[in-house]
Design a protein around this ligand. Structure first.
Ligand SMILES: Nc1ncnc2c1ncn2[C@@H]1O[C@H](COP(=O)(O)OP(=O)(O)OP(=O)(O)O)[C@@H](O)[C@H]1O
Ligand SMILES: [Mg+2]
Length: 455
């Protein structure tokens, strides 16, 4: 992405727009939100992700003022919201079950909030038309909600919540009923609206891809608590727990007992693991070679001595050799690599009987001795029929192949171990791919491909 760095959460001077301070929400003796503290900044696109019932809607309803926290405080722009009713908050919420007015047309539904604000007719009409265009509803402006489809109704609700251009917009599953293409288009529209208007969005979605696309930060929730808040790439590449790794995207979780690996020797840490030897010079090579080439016979000797010597001088007994190849200046590893250079340090994971341990040089050595989980994304692994040279090479058999057009996912049963998924880009036409069901294959990955997590 070419975005300039927008990261107010890293700026200690930045003032959050929204502050949850030790907020707990109970319904009877059930705790829906559990002592939650979280800041959200102006112009953020903050996504809440989590399983059904984890408290996402409850968080939003408290922000909008439809529920009050049992304990703790919510501040918006520094102001405590405890005694501020919903209609006095600079917040607009599009509900998960958006209620359109059934007796009003699409156009009137979108105009409703603007009319209540007492805007003049012309600016209302201009704004409604703009929202209709944005959500591609212009054709349906005069229909009633029961005369349009579910996805179209959802777009009306979205248009209605955007019409007032609120400073803070809460969207609870706003695009759930849209097909993939329209959904993607609307995601980009939302990002565009946000850039143009500076609106702060808090969005709930079940669609991880959507969260990854639109969000400045993603909060992964479980049972009323936020487990991790981070930018989408960090959530994906550096999950802080097995729960988050498993919740976001496809992942292989391999459990094993961790042992510490030898660290790099202190004085060579700044150097490459193996110091390359200078290539032998041609001269040195020639002088040390024994004379093992073809030698002249008697006729040859006679020809040399009588005929060629006066012209060419003394015969060189050394057979002619090609100079050795020039030293390789290509920084890419040679193919096939003669030996995998493996970073020292970290952990090795003993995960299956009779299998070599998995090397994770990025694992925290302090966790040695524990049973840990390696979280490994399918696209960070390779699969091949010949045993490759790689830091981690595991044997298994192909159980299933899912062909997804641009990608194929191989389900591989590792010897004495779990089933893993390996994803490969289909650069060849399908007929030429050589791995098929029941093949014995090698699954390989680097020593830093996985993330070692507790639990
Ligand atoms: N008014 C209420 N009375 C009692 N329990 C409630 C009430 N509202 C929500 N809950 C409970 O609080 C928990 C959190 O609900 P919430 O609606 O916030 O979940 P959610 O994360 O939005 O789930 P979903 O993804 O299914 O929409 C659920 O277990 C729910 O049953
Ligand atoms: Mg909900």
């Amino acid at each position: 992405m070419t975005q300039s760095v927008f990261a107010p959460w890293n700026d200690p001077k930045a003032k959050p727009l929204i502050q949850f301070r030790n907020v707990t929400k109970r319904f009877g003796d059930f705790t829906a939100i559990d002592n939650l503290t979280q800041d959200i900044f102006e112009q953020e696109f903050f996504a809440l992700l989590g399983p059904s019932g984890c408290g996402k809607t409850t968080m939003m309803r408290m922000l909008a003022g439809f529920e009050t926290p049992t304990e703790g405080q919510i501040l918006i722009a520094g102001e405590d919201m405890s005694n501020v009713p919903p209609n006095k908050r600079a917040v607009n919420m599009m509900f998960q079950s958006y209620a359109l007015f059934p007796h009003l047309s699409v156009w009137e539904n979108i105009a409703f909030g603007l009319k209540r604000e007492g805007k003049d007719k012309e600016s209302i009409a201009a704004r409604v038309d703009e929202m209709l265009r944005l959500t591609r509803l212009s054709k349906f402006a005069q229909r009633k909600p029961h005369q349009i489809s579910g996805g179209q109704r959802q777009r009306v609700a979205l248009a209605r919540s955007l019409a007032k251009a609120p400073k803070l917009l809460l969207l609870d599953e706003p695009l759930g009923a849209l097909d993939k293409k329209l959904r993607q288009d609307t995601q980009f529209e939302l990002m565009d609206i946000q850039e143009k208007t500076g609106t702060t969005f808090v969005i709930v979605t079940h669609d991880q891809e959507e969260a990854m696309t639109v969000a400045s930060r993603v909060a992964v929730m479980d049972e009323g608590r936020i487990i991790q808040v981070a930018t989408p790439d960090v959530i994906y590449e550096a999950p802080n727990s097995v729960y988050v790794a498993d919740f976001i995207g496809d992942v292989n979780l391999i459990k094993g007992r961790a042992e510490k690996r030898a660290a790099a020797p202190a004085d060579t840490t700044a150097q490459p693991v193996e110091t390359p030897q200078p290539p032998a010079t041609p001269a040195a090579q020639v002088s040390t070679q024994p004379v093992d080439g073809p030698q002249p016979n008697e006729i040859g000797e006679w020809l040399q001595n009588k005929l060629l010597f006066p012209i060419l001088g003394k015969r060189d007994p050394q057979p002619k050799r090609l100079p050795p190849p020039a030293p390789n200046t290509d920084s890419r590893p040679a193919k096939p690599a003669p030996k995998a250079e493996i970073q020292p340090g970290g952990l090795e994971l003993h995960w299956a009987e009779g299998q070599p341990p998995i090397i994770a040089s990025n694992g925290d050595p302090d966790l040695a001795g524990q049973t840990l989980t390696l979280a490994l994304r399918p696209e960070k692994m390779s699969i091949s029929k010949e045993k490759p040279t790689a830091p981690n090479v595991l044997r298994g058999a192909v159980i299933d192949i899912a062909y997804l057009g641009n990608l194929s996912t191989y389900h591989v049963q590792l010897d004495n171990g779990p089933m893993v998924k390996v994803q490969m880009t289909n650069i060849r036409r399908i007929a030429r791919r050589d791995i098929t069901w029941e093949d014995v294959v090698w699954v390989s990955f680097s020593e830093t491909s996985g993330v070692v997590l507790k639990g």
